[in-house]
Write a protein that binds this ligand. Sequence first.
Ligand SMILES: Cc1cc2nc3c(=O)[nH]c(=O)nc-3n(C[C@H](O)[C@H](O)[C@H](O)COP(=O)(O)OP(=O)(O)OC[C@H]3O[C@@H](n4cnc5c(N)ncnc54)[C@H](O)[C@@H]3O)c2cc1C
Length: 598
Amino acid sequence: MPVYKAPVDEVLFLLNDVFHIERYANLPGFADAAPDLIEAILGEAAKLCEDVLLPLNRVGDTEGCHRHDDGSVSTPAGFKDAFKKIVEGGWIGISVPSEFGGQGLPSALTQTVNEFLGSANMAFAMYPGLTQGAIAALIAHGTPELQKLYLPKMIAGEWTGTMNLTEPQCGTDLGLIRTKAVRQADGSYRITGTKIFISAGEHDLAENIVHLVLGRIEGAPAGTKGLSLFVVPKVVPNPDGSLGARNAVACGSLEEKMGIHGNSTCVMNYDGATGWLVAEENHGLAAMFTMMNEARLGVGVQGLALSEVAYQNAVAYAKDRLQGRAMTGAKFKDKPADPIIVHPDVRRVLMSIRAFNEAARALVMWTALKSDVARRSSDAKERESADDHMGLLTPVIKGVLTDQGFANTVAAQQVFGGHGYIKEWGMEQYVRDARIPMIYEGANGIQALDLVGRKLAKDGGRALTAFFTEVQGFVKENAGDAGLTLYVEPLGKALGHLQQATMWFAQNALAKPENAGAGATDYMHLFGLVALGYMWARMAQAAKQKLAAGANGAGERMNAKLVTGRFFVERLLPDTATHLARIQAGAASTMDLPADGF
Ligand SMILES: Cc1cc2nc3c(=O)[nH]c(=O)nc-3n(C[C@H](O)[C@H](O)[C@H](O)COP(=O)(O)OP(=O)(O)OC[C@H]3O[C@@H](n4cnc5c(N)ncnc54)[C@H](O)[C@@H]3O)c2cc1C
């Protein structure tokens, strides 16, 4: 069975030594997050993931979910009890503001716990994860009445949430949504339509399911401007929160899919179901974006989570599997062969995944802290700049962490040779599960277009300028530090590539947008490498400071950090030059063949 140990020490290093969580003490909720409390919370989350959820990962994959004739859906054996533990531990609401009944702790903690959950059992983690997204949308856009009725139950985990966008004819292009809403005299709406691919649409983990549904009110404009968002509960609650009548919404079938078998992916039929408006009429897409942005970060974390668990298993296997001898002569003379971890090519794989994971975790943490500033700071300027960061980095985290997360599960599978291809070792499940985060929540090509087409120029390029200024500032400030040159110099060069690519788009994409479209994915990955390189420079700085201060028992770990960071800047960061060259090649060779020439 696969192994997994939650990287608690890594997270504590980031929180305490790299991002100095104590500097955020003025934000509501942060004063309550004392270091010993954080450590205790992470320790509890680690136990839940390692002891309860990890053993259910394979069960979920082999058993899958089952729909019964009455439309009900059973989740795999053990999922119900595990979900009870999520509810009892109050895990869904740890970062929900206390005025709504949550614990108000930093979002950085939620993202960390979600990483642990995703590594242990991604299909399971989606049930609480989607509920968190629906809670965020209701907090931001729900009426006080809706908030009062729904949020306490959802935060407690008694009711779960879903997001309903996709329809058979409508995926990326939400303007094609047909689901219809008809206004009723009592202020509610009758919702009719079919949604497909709805994660956690029906299951047996909670007594009620709260669907957030995008639809079009009769007479509304065509396209995305005519979309409204509705709350459509599976069971209509009475005003006191007790369960009332069953609503006219049902799971028509379950999708048979490549991975995440433990998560129910449903066709949902709305047959005149009763729903209530969230946000104003025809402003539904903006409201749904609150849930989608939350979910996009969460999906990026799924990429990291699978990359991490795949890495841990590849390391364990590489230390155990005996094949061949080290190039420099036998390392384990008493054994018939050396473990494969002695081979440079195996190490190349392991170091690549490790160097990515550690920086990706830092990038998520940095962005999660910004999301706390964006929501909690009393200073409008601070909120604005944190919000800018979120807007800019969300497509990068979603696209890069899931593309690379998948690639890393494949690379980790390779370490197992033929055994990676056999179900018994669990590696092929990680590969299958890691494929979906690249697709849902906006396929990664769409993330790249969002970055290049919307986020770069937004507000006159304010967010991008702030990012460049911060990274450039770090490079300049530390250029004279001999101990950091190794990290900072390549970062400066990579940033130069990103700036050149941005300039190239500014000069060549306005007149010919296909130049931006053809280069967008390369730009997203180039951006990701710079952001990860910046994380490495900051981690190297923190590791050096910790070593200089005596390391407090963490000397070996800090030295390993410095080596891993060096690997990143020497072996992964140079890819920025390739991305730049591809971008500067322009769109011609991509677009010149006519469609009927394929
Ligand atoms: C397991 C699973 C779970 C899911 N869960 C949910 C859920 O809970 N709720 C929900 O609403 N949906 C869910 N989805 C749907 C998912 O979000 C969509 O599949 C995804 O957004 C892509 O839509 P599509 O499949 O229709 O692909 P299409 O929109 O048809 O896209 C096909 C390809 O064309 C590309 N493309 C499309 N338009 C453009 C363009 N303008 N420019 C460039 N490239 C373009 C895309 O990048 C993609 O590669 C889920 C899907 C799966 C498979």
